[in-house]
Design a protein around this ligand. Sequence first.
Ligand SMILES: [Zn+2]
Length: 180
Amino acid sequence: MLGRRQFFTGVAATAGLFLVPLQKAWSNTVKTFHSVTQSSEALKRLERTHEQWREYVSRDAWEILFREKTERAFSSELDGRYPDGTYVCAACHLPLFSSASKYDSGTGWPSFFQPFEGHMDTKTDYKMVWPRTEYHCIRCGGHQGHVFNDGPRPTGQRWCNNGLALTFVPADQPLPALRG
Ligand SMILES: [Zn+2]
């Protein structure tokens, strides 16, 4: 019979066998998505109060973006649709995701495996008691959603986004000018 210590060592070794090579394989194949809007000027944090964004977005979108509310699952028209294009911040128009990183997570919220490099900032929140990683637009600070580690390849991440916090721009249309 295995002693307690041997048992736990065995479990850890088994888990390591499966997890470590998988993560390594993923990190080697991750392609970074870069947005066309990536000058340091465009990524500078805006000096604007949350109140000042009210005139640009709907009331529901503002509550999500600047009060960190969450929209109802399966309520977004962006969920379950996969046309080519770019998803920009509904408030300041900074491009946040490429349609190439969108996938069906089955959660009822638009989900992506990767944002544009450098366009999101994160923080830890405890609204659900256990810690979650909240993320927001690096330019206006508008809350977008939460990121989890149960996503698909190549990153293994699930960026679970509120549809109302995004505006979709089809690939054959120009990106809107940045606001603010
Ligand atoms: Zn923004």
